[in-house]
Design a protein around this ligand. Structure first.
Ligand SMILES: C[S@@+](CC[C@H](N)C(=O)[O-])C[C@H]1O[C@@H](n2cnc3c(N)ncnc32)[C@H](O)[C@@H]1O
Length: 187
């Protein structure tokens, strides 16, 4: 129907592909209502109000994911002082859930394949605290550089090593690790 036609100029071959596969083109033109999420760096729980003032909206606590808050999709956190000072992370709740499913405990040695830009890597390091290690592997050197910048910003470099390597063949065991190594392979 005419009113269902997308307002974005989607290429004709793509529209044909959507039609052939019984997919609704309006999903590509709908206004994004998916919330954004932030995670507080451990120790900065008190800065919720500070962030709320800066971004001028209420943060909604994610009850099932400790340290996570949701905020409306249009809100930008990159310019906020809390973000620039490394007190909050921008990370999706689904990424947080993947890390929580790993059940990381201090002392673990975790392998994070496809690690860049490092949102989950940082969360794992925060969970480890001062014990254990994370090995981050990514095939894209420039993306791993972004990961290194994150580690510096959030002061998490001490227990992490990064490798530019293909995760399908990577095999370097952390020094002093035992059989309790955990791995996070994600895309
Ligand atoms: C969606 S991102 C991963 C996001 C990341 N885990 C995080 O939480 O921030 C996918 C990454 O996989 C990397 N990648 C793809 N194929 C790979 C491979 N064979 N070995 C290592 N890294 C790979 C890409 O370079 C890219 O940085």
């Amino acid at each position: 129907m005419e009113e269902d036609a997308p307002t974005l100029p989607l290429p004709e071959p793509f529209l044909q592909f959507l039609e052939a596969n019984d997919l609704d083109p309006s999903i590509y033109t709908a206004i994004d209502s998916t919330p954004r999420f932030i995670r507080l760096k451990p120790g900065f729980d008190a800065c919720v109000e500070e962030v709320e003032k800066e971004v001028k909206c209420k943060l909604e606590k994610v009850q099932w994911l400790q340290g996570f808050y949701s905020l409306p999709p249009h809100v930008q956190i990159a310019g906020s002082r809390a973000y620039q000072e490394g007190k909050i992370y921008g990370i999706d709740a689904s990424s947080g859930a993947a890390v929580m499913a790993l059940n990381v405990s201090p002392g673990d040695h975790v392998l994070d394949l496809c690690a860049a830009p490092g949102a989950k890597l940082c969360m794992i390091l925060d969970l480890l605290g001062d014990l254990g290690s994370v090995t981050g592997v990514d095939v894209a050197r420039h993306r791993l550089a972004a990961c290194r910048t994150m580690l510096q910003k959030y002061a998490l470099g001490d227990r992490c090593r990064l490798f530019v390597a293909d995760g399908t063949t990577f095999s370097v065991i952390p020094v002093g690790s035992r059989s309790d190594c955990k791995s996070l392979s994600n895309s």
